[in-house]
Design a protein around this ligand. Sequence first.
Ligand code: SAM
Length: 267
Amino acid sequence: MDYIHGYSDIEQERLIQQAEYWREKLILKDLDYQAGEKLLEIGCGAGAVLGILGQTFTDFKLAGIDLENKQIDYAKNYLRNLGLSNVDLRVGDAAKLPWQDNYFDHLYAIWFLEHLPHPLQVLQEAKRVLKPGGTITVTETDYRTILVTPESADYRYLIDSLCELLLQARGNPYMGQSLGMLLTQAGFEEANNQPFPVHHAYSLDRQQLRDFVDYVDSWLAPTVEQAATKLGKNLPCLQAGLDWFRGIGDRHDGAISATIYRASAIC
Ligand SMILES: C[S@@+](CC[C@H](N)C(=O)[O-])C[C@H]1O[C@@H](n2cnc3c(N)ncnc32)[C@H](O)[C@@H]1O
């Protein structure tokens, strides 16, 4: 699999920091889980989100699966250090889950479906392991929506290149908007998909704007080199786009907005 973020130590740390950034705002938003229930995170990466769920919902039976050995090794260590030693962590493909039918009460996925060539197949498999009446919660973004003021052609070139990179890796940079359709096609009931708007402006809260710039920078910067080498994009233009983005946090007229999508449904 041509996974654009890779599996370096820096990337694993980034996933931990990313989950902290979104902990209250997004990861825990609108969750209604009860003690004793079983939850599976598909595409759990380094265990960052499982850590937050385990710290929040005590007496919870957590499980996670990721295609990559290195992520699961990291997750085991990370979760043990948080005092969460009973998490059922497996290496494997979310399209072929190693759990029996009707096993989990809840399914969770975040920043994951956008990387998959066959997200519908994965959601159908998720439905198989969920109990009737169980919930699924999925969160993805739409990279076209990350807008900056003042605008810049180089920045637009960079974001368009990021979208192309995800498409080349057989993912979907616009996944957020398709979540409702995919959940319905997979056979879930009562699907809904709520846009979660993000907006930060220097004039409103300069620290929040800078924090968001730093957050996006942490995953955007490593894609610059890839867009040049894998897609033949113009490296100076990509770098100029990144520099422009980084500078937004220091401009009195600087602002950013983006839309993330949070979808849920019942099995
Ligand atoms: C961006 S990371 C997100 C990890 C985690 N959800 C988080 O927010 O920290 C995406 C993860 O999906 C995993 N992945 C990709 N395709 C997969 C598949 N078919 N089955 C299981 N995991 C997969 C990758 O190995 C990677 O660790």
